[in-house]
Write a protein that binds this ligand. Structure first.
Ligand code: ADP
Ligand code: GN1
Ligand code: MG
Length: 365
């Protein structure tokens, strides 16, 4: 890989380069925190090598990111907010581009570092998660008048659960690395719930719920939270912004945030679904989204959480069967371990679906 200090020279960073270190725990891009020094002050930046396998068309990816960040900055400015902190701000290359292509073909981009914030891996308390819900709800409502036709489809059929099921079947039939025999239980789990895959895509197709501009990857570590106040400051990881359903954003945040254990916890005894956190997030999200949510969307919010958790488990299983080509993994069973926590959460949510629906109704206006 090219030297980070050489890559850094291509961007309009302020001050003198001091150091770089890997940063964060995303599953997709290679992220670095860079330190610069100017007049004795330290300035940090985020530098990312984008994942070419996941996002083969960097031009479309960065076209979306640049458009959305500029649109959000304008909205935040109108409200008198701090647009360098409340949304990602791209640092352009010295020739004015949104990313740099290195001689080895690697594609790099940079953002201002949002200081004094934390990307949490688990929720600390319900108040924090309520505010996260508010921030994700507000994010969708801010994008309500964004012209979706300007956005390229960076990953085709990203949350099309029918297509995800087809890809699961393909990986199973190919059984490229001979892992299928060892995961019979997980395969049956996916197959026994196949009908889930039609529900939300069906509602979208029939026009029963609206297609909106959504984030599509709303896990807790994709929102930066103020280290002191614990208020959600900035929604990050805008790579998958595309037309989608609000159920995806609500559901994915619940999938990750309401688990009492890490996504890759090996001891399933530690994985529980925290319904108090579900209530906190729901309250904040409905507040943030305001009046624009429809009755049909509200009725399906809780199911959206089950669906996104099932989909994510299915994606981890598909990648496991495929030989770990998509998600970053630290050891051979990593994707399987992740799949198992997701399926445990699905079972727990299925048992509590009625209770979850009642909570949604409690906070509906
Ligand atoms: P991935 O697609 O791999 O998940 P992300 O864009 O989510 O990559 O970035 C990975 C991590 O880097 C985040 O979870 C967060 O900890 C950190 N991060 C990303 N952008 C910023 C930023 N502008 N300021 C501070 N931290 C950031
Ligand atoms: C990936 O990029 P990151 O780590 O925030 C993935 C999401 C999954 C998530 C599971 C582009 O998110 O779809 O839900 O891992 N992002 C992409 O943790 O596939
Ligand atoms: Mg991320």
């Amino acid at each position: 890989m090219a030297e980070i200090s050489d890559i850094a020279k291509k961007f309009c960073f302020e001050g003198e380069y001091v150091s770089a270190a890997p940063f964060g725990s995303g599953h997709i891009n290679d992220t670095f925190a860079l330190v610069f020094e100017k007049n004795g002050d330290k300035i940090r930046y985020i530098l990312q090598k984008m994942n070419k396998k996941v996002f083969p068309d960097t031009r479309i990816l960065m076209h979306n990111v640049a458009l959305v960040t500029e649109f959000l900055a304008e909205k935040i400015r109108e409200k008198g907010g701090d647009c360098d902190r409340e949304t990602l701000k791209l640092v352009r290359t010295r020739d004015g581009r949104s990313y740099y292509t290195a001689p080895d073909g690697g594609c790099w981009r940079a953002f201002l570092f949002v200081e004094n914030t934390v990307a949490y891996q688990t929720v600390e308390n319900p108040e924090m998660f309520e505010d996260t819900g508010r921030a994700f709800g507000t994010f969708i409502s801010r994008l309500a008048d964004f012209d979706a036709s300007q956005l390229g489809e960076v990953i085709k059929n990203f949350h099309d659960t029918r297509d995800r099921y087809r890809k699961f079947e393909e990986a199973l039939n190919a059984d490229k690395v001979g892992r299928a025999a060892g995961v019979g239980k997980e395969i049956s789990f996916v197959e026994s719930r196949k009908e889930y895959c039609d529900r939300v895509v069906g509602m979208l197709e029939r026009g029963e719920i609206p297609l909106r501009v959504t984030h599509n990857d709303t896990k807790l570590n994709n929102i930066l939270i103020d280290a002191d106040t614990k208020k959600a400051v900035c929604v990050i990881d805008l790579d998958t912004i595309m037309p989608g359903s609000l159920l995806y954003d609500f559901g994915d945040a619940i999938r990750f945030g309401c688990s009492t254990a890490a996504e890759d916890e090996k001891d399933l005894g530690k994985v529980d679904f925290d319904v108090r956190l579900f209530e906190a997030f729901t309250k904040g999200f409905l507040h943030g989204i305001g009046d624009s949510i429809t009755q049909k969307e509200r009725e399906n919010l809780a199911f959206g959480a089950i669906l996104m958790t099932y989909e994510c488990g299915m994606r981890f299983l598909t990648d496991y069967l495929d030989g770990d080509n998509y998600f970053k993994t630290a050891y051979p069973e990593h994707n399987l371990v992740r799949c198992r926590t997701q399926f445990r959460l699905v079972e727990l949510m299925e048992k509590r679906l009625e209770e979850m629906n009642l909570i949604v109704r409690k906070y509906a206006k």
